[in-house]
Design a protein around this ligand. Structure first.
Ligand SMILES: C[S@@+](CC[C@H](N)C(=O)[O-])C[C@H]1O[C@@H](n2cnc3c(N)ncnc32)[C@H](O)[C@@H]1O
Length: 271
């Protein structure tokens, strides 16, 4: 039996038939993040935040417009905006087919129906793309500011629009200094894709997130596509504990996929 067949059989035992053939490049809006991470805007002001991996989320763009600094990173950001646009559209379609196939394993009180879900995913993608294009253009202009076509020192040309908001990074390694971010948000990646990301990858990624986090990390959800709690959660929480973080699974006021209604919250213990 191939891995896909095994995964389908496992899904079916749970009444679910997920057939995503890849880790999709899709994204959420600020309103979804606000709920899935139990965020309050007043607690975000003045904090340096990392969204990782951010996919085509409009969170960084929406926060930037409110004057809150969010850096978004993703392995896909090494691609051009046109490539991300076509990949994003294809992956929204692929993800929504999967949701439609499993319609009854979702709660529809937030979206109302598939049309609103598609609208929201495209709103996030388009918000992300507009900001990604704008910041990348500003960076390019800044790099050639000398007028002679040669890049100039980027540190001298940094502006709010050219703050390195979108950073290409391949987990489990991040190109950031220790403690670079007050708060790290990580959604719909670890735990969810446990069928293709093994325990070693989870542990290495978690260690890297803890290295880069000054105060806190929030990860959503704590279940896989079948709604089952991540099998190695106790181990992951022990890893966090021995690195000086207090770990707890906390309920959140967001549940689209049934059972995906809690986050793992890691808080650095002072001292
Ligand atoms: C399902 S999306 C989640 C995006 C966003 N956090 C959300 O909740 O919508 C998963 C993302 O993980 C990214 N990804 C996959 N492997 C990665 C890796 N090794 N390092 C960084 N990003 C990765 C993909 O490009 C994709 O954008």
């Amino acid at each position: 039996m191939s891995r896909d067949e095994m995964s389908a059989a496992k899904n079916n035992e749970n009444g679910r038939d997920h057939q995503l053939d890849r880790i999709v490049f899709i994204g959420r809006t600020y309103d979804e993040y606000r709920r899935m991470f139990r965020l309050h805007e007043r607690n975000l002001v003045g904090r340096k935040i990392l969204d990782c991996p951010a996919g085509s989320c409009s969170f960084a763009a929406e926060m930037g417009a409110r004057g809150i600094e969010v850096v978004a990173c993703d392995i896909a950001y090494s691609q051009s905006s046109d490539e991300l646009a076509s990949r994003g559209e294809a992956d929204v379609a692929h993800a929504i087919e999967d949701v439609e196939r499993n319609h009854d394993s979702y709660r529809w009180d937030y979206f109302g129906g598939v049309g609103a879900l598609r609208y929201t995913r495209m709103k996030a993608l388009n918000g992300f793309l507009a900001d990604f294009r704008r910041t990348r253009t500003a960076e390019l202009e800044a790099e050639t500011e000398g007028g002679d076509g040669f890049p100039v020192d980027r540190r001298r040309t940094r502006t709010p629009a050219n703050s390195g908001r979108y950073v290409a990074a391949a987990l489990p390694a991040l190109p950031f200094a220790d403690g670079a971010f007050d708060l790290i948000l990580s959604a719909n990646f670890l735990f969810l894709y446990a069928d293709r990301l093994d325990l070693a990858f989870h542990a290495a990624t978690l260690r890297e997130l803890m290295r880069v986090a000054r105060e806190e990390i929030r990860l959503f959800p704590v279940v896989n596509f079948s709604g089952e709690r991540y099998a190695h959660m106790d181990f992951i929480m022990r890893v966090a504990g021995s690195a000086g973080f207090e770990a707890r699974v906390a309920p959140v006021p967001y549940e689209f996929a049934l059972g995906a209604n809690a986050m793992l919250q890691l808080t650095r213990v002072p001292g």
